[in-house]
Design a protein around this ligand. Structure first.
Ligand code: F0G
Length: 365
């Protein structure tokens, strides 16, 4: 691609417009993580940190396109159901476009940073006494009745924008390593990103930019308490069974009915990837591991690294693989989880000598 435009819109040839409602988004870091790479035991490990987008998650890539479409269509009210990040992104991009925004959130299950964003960007926040999947049912009802323009990942224009994650990974990985990654490991909730990456790679193959065997293996990670995609992969099903009870510390992916499963399951299968479930303890441990390489991510994002570690341990991922883990959201999205996972503050007296004594006292470390 020519080096014109910025971020997502540099790839406008693959998008429905030349430009969108932009903040701007994309161009996120593809970090190295050498200690973690050696510890997990793969040839290459890069971390694509989507938490560095304007509102702190990959959702911005979809909203820059989706909200542009909404302007084009001439709607007056935007809406989404959300575990938090979609609502933060929609609120910001809706505000940028000057459109009214409505977000439906599962009461008590959205991280503090995300609600703060939606509130300050002036979205109307409807806290529903139910889970995310029920919020999405309602918002689909509202859209069907013509009351709102739906900006969840069921909206195909969102996924067009999210394809650019794949384009950036392929370009940068090739530039740095002279080859494409063997595998992309990503957290899965509604499976929109998985579907978007698969579409990206199919388009690259069709355009003759890469060959079939250069397509990275799409590897999805879910939390054990919300893993209908993993279940479908393991059982060889074309659809997911809806989980009515879901729970995980990774509230972003606390989802029991992944609406993009019909697009994403073939992506995982046909690229030779897999899906794996990880425990909340493994997610928190991975969040710490990534943070100790200087990269701050929210729990759902750390699931990708936890999944990589688990699959490597099980021998399902080989030591000679080049792997990219997608970290989808920023640490500050969920400050409570970060404080819980991290080192605790130490109360000290208001006195230099006492503080010196305290920091030299190894028992207080
Ligand atoms: N990681 C984060 C941080 C997310 O916020 C989400 C989804 C995912 C991963 C899963 O992505 O749905 O494409 O498989 N969050 C949505 C939301 C559901 O409402 O913010 P997916």
């Amino acid at each position: 691609f020519e080096d014109e435009g910025r971020g997502v819109w540099r790839y406008h040839e693959t998008l429905p417009f030349e430009e969108g409602v932009t903040l701007p988004e994309g161009d996120t870091q593809l970090h190295t993580a050498p200690r973690l790479r050696d510890d997990i035991g793969v040839a290459n490990l890069r971390i694509k940190h989507e938490g560095m987008n304007p509102t702190g998650s990959f959702k911005d890539r979809g909203m820059t396109v989706g909200v542009r479409v909404a302007q084009e269509v001439g709607v007056d009210r935007l809406a989404c159901a959300s575990t938090g990040n979609t609502s933060a992104a929609l609120a910001a991009y809706g505000a940028r476009a000057g459109l009214e925004t409505l977000v439906l959130l599962p009461a008590g299950k959205v991280a503090a940073g995300k609600i703060a964003q939606a509130a300050l960007h002036d979205a109307r926040i409807l806290e529903v006494d139910g889970n995310f999947d029920q919020c999405l049912d309602i918002v689909q009802d509202l859209a069907a009745r013509g009351e709102v323009y739906l900006l969840n990942s069921l909206n195909p224009f969102r996924l067009e924008g999210q394809k650019t994650i794949g384009l950036e990974i392929m370009e940068e990985h090739y530039a740095d390593h002279g080859e494409y990654p063997d595998r992309i490991v990503l957290p899965v909730g509604n499976a929109g990103n998985t579907a978007a990456l698969y579409k990206c790679f199919r388009e690259l193959v069709k355009a003759g930019a890469i060959t079939e065997d250069q397509v990275p293996k799409l590897t999805g990670v879910q939390a054990e308490g919300a893993a209908p995609m993993v279940e479908a992969i393991q059982e060889g099903n074309d659809e997911t069974r809806r989980w009515d009870e879901v729970e995980t510390i990774a509230t972003a992916i606390r989802i029991g009915n992944p609406v993009n499963a019909p697009k994403a399951l073939p992506g995982i299968r046909e690229t030779g990837g897999t899906a794996v479930a990880v425990s909340d303890e493994q997610i928190t441990a991975a969040q710490r591991d990534v943070a100790r390489q200087g990269i701050g991510v929210e729990p759902a994002s750390a699931a990708s690294v936890a999944g990589l570690r688990k699959l490597r341990r099980q021998g399902e991922i080989d030591a000679d693989e080049s792997v990219v883990c997608l970290t989808t959201g920023h640490l500050l999205k969920d400050p409570d989880a970060a404080a819980e996972a991290g080192r605790k503050p130490e109360p000290v007296p208001n006195d230099t000598d006492a503080i010196l004594e305290h920091i030299d006292d190894r028992s207080s470390v």
